[in-house]
Design a protein around this ligand. Structure first.
Ligand code: NAP
Length: 314
């Protein structure tokens, strides 16, 4: 039988939104409990250089920044649990959230579960996942030291991953389905200036090619959708960096989500359709999706939760 833990304010998720909500809520004496989820620190914990988080004149590392946020939340008085929510009942207050380790009963909840990497959806991609196919260059790039790798995508993530991998790999081929990148201009310039990186434009991945025994990737079969022409690219490692989906599986049907699964909040606030349930960060945001905007929304969620709890007499 799981332990039941009572709290005024439960924060689900440990990215910049969750930790910022925890810092503000703890300082408001709400004694929040923050659940870290399966990936403590969120997406920034598996990224490398961070150059656009305000307050640092030199390059900082994502895992370091998240460690500092966690320390600050604990220092402010938040209680951190390494637990993941599997189901939730938001039909009545107090709300009940069932974790893998405990059951949490809360008067208010902030959902800050962020987003997770998207996959292409090819059978061959699934087959080689963990044996040459990855969605995290900082986690798996080391395995491809002095080898040839490919990165799929044309956004900030793909561009950053290609630049990161070029420090380790012999060559990096960026494969993009379009004819221009949507990454920030400064990143694009770094990518184009890097002699180890080449770009294949206007191609989609048809198949990840490799050997079954031992399971290993050898390359990619690509197709140009306009001309239908195919080509092969050699690669020992393939990094998929084609965007993210909101991590809302346990909340669907409980709180209003849009057709893509993003939680719907009232414009200019973190208020959801359920009084006492707030949502912040990438789990609501399909537009900006930055650490700093997530942190800002986490702050809003804590302030709005505090007002809600005061009005509700807690
Ligand atoms: P993104 O900006 O949505 O870019 C996804 C890329 O993948 C696009 O180029 C897209 O192509 C391509 N793509 C999507 N589905 C595909 C498919 N099925 N097959 C092939 N290509 C596909 O995602 P992201 O790069 O992960 O970035 C997510 C958000 O985080 C963005 O707002 C980004 O600015 C932010 N971010 C910021 C930083 C930073 O500031 N340093 C770092 C990382 C991420 P099209 O271009 O043709 O649509």
């Amino acid at each position: 039988m799981s332990e039941t833990i009572r709290t005024k304010f439960l924060i689900i998720g440990s990215g910049p939104a969750g930790y910022t909500a925890a810092i503000y809520a703890a300082r408001a004496n709400l004694q929040p409990i923050l659940l870290q989820g399966a990936q403590p620190g969120g997406q920034l914990s598996i990224t490398s250089d961070v150059e656009n988080y305000p307050g640092f004149s030199s390059v900082i590392q994502g895992p370091w920044l998240m460690g500092e946020m966690e320390n600050q939340a604990v220092h402010a008085g938040a209680v951190i649990h390494h637990d993941t929510i599997v189901s939730l009942d938001l039909s009545a207050r107090p709300f009940v959230a069932v974790g893998e380790d405990a059951i949490y009963v809360a008067d208010a909840i902030a959902i800050c579960t962020g987003a997770r990497a998207r996959w292409l959806g090819l059978d061959s991609e699934t087959y080689f996942r963990g044996s040459g196919v990855s969605a995290c260059a900082t986690c798996d790039g080391f395995f491809f030291k002095n080898r040839d790798v490919a990165v799929i995508g044309g956004g900030n993530t793909a561009t950053e991953e290609a630049i990161y991998l070029a420090r380790l790999a012999k060559s990096v081929t960026l494969i993009h389905r379009g004819d221009r990148l949507r990454a920030e201009k400064v990143l694009q310039q770094k990518l184009f200036d890097n002699p180890k990186i080449s770009v294949v434009w206007n191609h989609v991945v048809e198949e990840v090619v490799g050997n079954p025994e031992p399971r290993a990737v050898t390359g990619l079969r690509l197709r140009n959708p306009k001309t239908q022409a195919e080509q092969q690219v050699s690669a020992d490692g393939v990094f998929i960096a084609i965007g993210h989906d909101p991590a809302t599986d346990p909340f669907r049907g409980q709180v209003e989500c849009d057709p893509d699964g993003y939680i719907v909040t009232r414009p200019g606030s973190t208020v959801t359709n359920i009084p006492g349930v707030f949502a912040a960060g990438d789990v609501v945001d399909r537009t900006y999706r930055q650490a700093i905007t997530a942190a800002g929304m986490g702050c809003m969620a804590a302030l709005e939760a505090e007002r809600f709890l005061t009005a509700a007499g807690h």
